[in-house]
Design a protein around this ligand. Structure first.
Ligand code: KG4
Ligand code: ZN
Length: 374
């Protein structure tokens, strides 16, 4: 639905997120005139990590049930923290996809309930747009910019040309890096979610001990692949198990360090290509190179990407960690950007478990199909 109105001086936006295993609500004050600028008044996240831990991955039924139970208290807490009454909210934004159908549905139904009770306008936001636009919530960033989205379920390079205008320049053809970090953690006996643990033990490891593959570097595009790398780590581990009957602490650290170096090298090299592709396709340089998503927490990856940007003389940015991982403020912000861009949904808003950001580019083989997270 398109809406033609003059931008208000200030918007208080409630954002609701429930597409994977975080039930989240955020309240953001947006001043459309200044850029626009956003101020986070509250950002409450109820993680379901412990609920899913015994199963080694996110169980959709458990997630949906927990969202249904937690949406109301989490939203109430966010409004309390912000010191805002529901009646003072100007806009309700909710993740309408992509993600686990049960979770997305719970969030959409809940948001519709709030809209029915208050008569506030509603915007159904694409979760990936939330990650992509958060760069502008964290610091003023003009369009167009290059974004690398690296999370548990996604890995893509996007040219962000406007609030609802995304061009995919490349992405994974199989697994997402976060998924690979989680798998490698399981292989070497570390807890879930694996990324932070792999990074921690990699610090005392020898990244040169195992020569893991750097997939797709022979291809001159910005596509990526991580499933072969995962298998290579599995083989190396199995060889050690067969030879020694177990892994030493040093083996564990060396496997982690060698794996992390391979992911870092591939993402850095493909970032170089994505920067070139950006210029080729858009006819100009990006205002910024930004990285978002849970894997963006990885310090060695951040450092490598920062160096790529520095060499290309393009400012680099990574939103602060709480804004990199799933949260409600990012949905509130993206909702505001879409609303100010003329987007509004009516109460028939549907959940879209599959919802590519760039609907013009062909789907990549298997991309984003395996991971529950986005
Ligand atoms: O963005 P996120 O919180 O959830 C979505 O996927 O939307 O990302 C979670 C993923 C997990 O796979 C986790 O292992 C990974 O991000 N991760 C990391 C680090 N911190 C979290 N991967 C590598 N290094 C880290 N420090
Ligand atoms: Zn996400």
């Amino acid at each position: 639905m398109r809406r033609e109105t003059k931008a208000p001086a200030e918007l208080i936006v409630l954002g609701i997120e429930s597409s994977c295993d975080e039930t989240a609500a955020g309240v953001v004050r947006v001043r459309p005139a200044d850029g626009p600028r956003g101020e986070i008044l509250a950002n409450v996240v109820a993680s379901q990590t412990e609920l899913h831990a015994p199963f080694g991955g996110v169980v959709p039924e458990i997630a949906a049930r927990a969202h249904a139970e937690r949406l109301e208290p989490v939203t109430r807490e966010a409004l309390n923290v912000a010191g805002i009454a529901l009646e003072e909210v100007d806009l309700i934004a909710v993740t309408a996809g992509p993600g686990l159908i049960g979770g997305v549905l719970s969030g959409v139904m809940f948001a519709k309930g709030l809209v029915a009770a208050t008569g506030k306008p509603l915007v159904g936001v694409n979760h990936l747009a939330g990650h992509a636009l958060t760069v502008r919530l964290a610091s003023p960033t003009p369009f167009p910019y290059l974004l690398l989205l690296v999370s548990g379920g996604h890995c893509q390079f996007l040219a962000v040309r406007g609030p609802r205008d995304f061009l995919r320049l490349g992405g994974t053809i199989d697994d997402a890096p976060g998924e690979a970090f989680d798998k490698v953690a399981r292989l070497v006996g570390l807890p879930q979610p694996g990324g932070p643990h792999v990074e921690r033990v990699a610090r005392r490891g020898d990244a040169a001990r195992f020569a893991f593959p750097r997939p797709l570097l022979d291809r001159d595009d910005a596509h990526l692949s991580f499933s072969g790398l995962k298998t290579a780590v599995l083989r190396a581990r199995d060889r050690l198990l067969a030879e020694q009957g177990g892994l030493t602490r040093q083996d564990q650290a060396d496997l982690a360090a060698s794996f992390q170096a391979a992911v870092r090298d591939v993402l850095a090299e493909k970032s170089r290509r994505a920067l070139a592709l950006f210029e080729e396709r858009l006819g100009r340089r990006p205002s910024r190179f930004a990285v978002a998503g849970g894997v963006a927490a990885n310090e060695s990856l951040r450092a490598a990407l920062e160096e790529v940007a520095a060499r290309a003389q393009i400012p680099f940015d990574a939103p602060p960690l709480p804004l990199c991982t799933d949260n409600g403020a990012m949905i509130a912000w993206a909702g505001a950007e879409w609303y100010l861009d003329g987007r509004q949904d009516d109460p028939t808003l549907a959940a879209r478990p599959r919802w590519p950001l760039d609907e013009t580019s062909p789907a990549l083989l298997g991309a984003g199909r395996k991971g529950a997270k986005a």
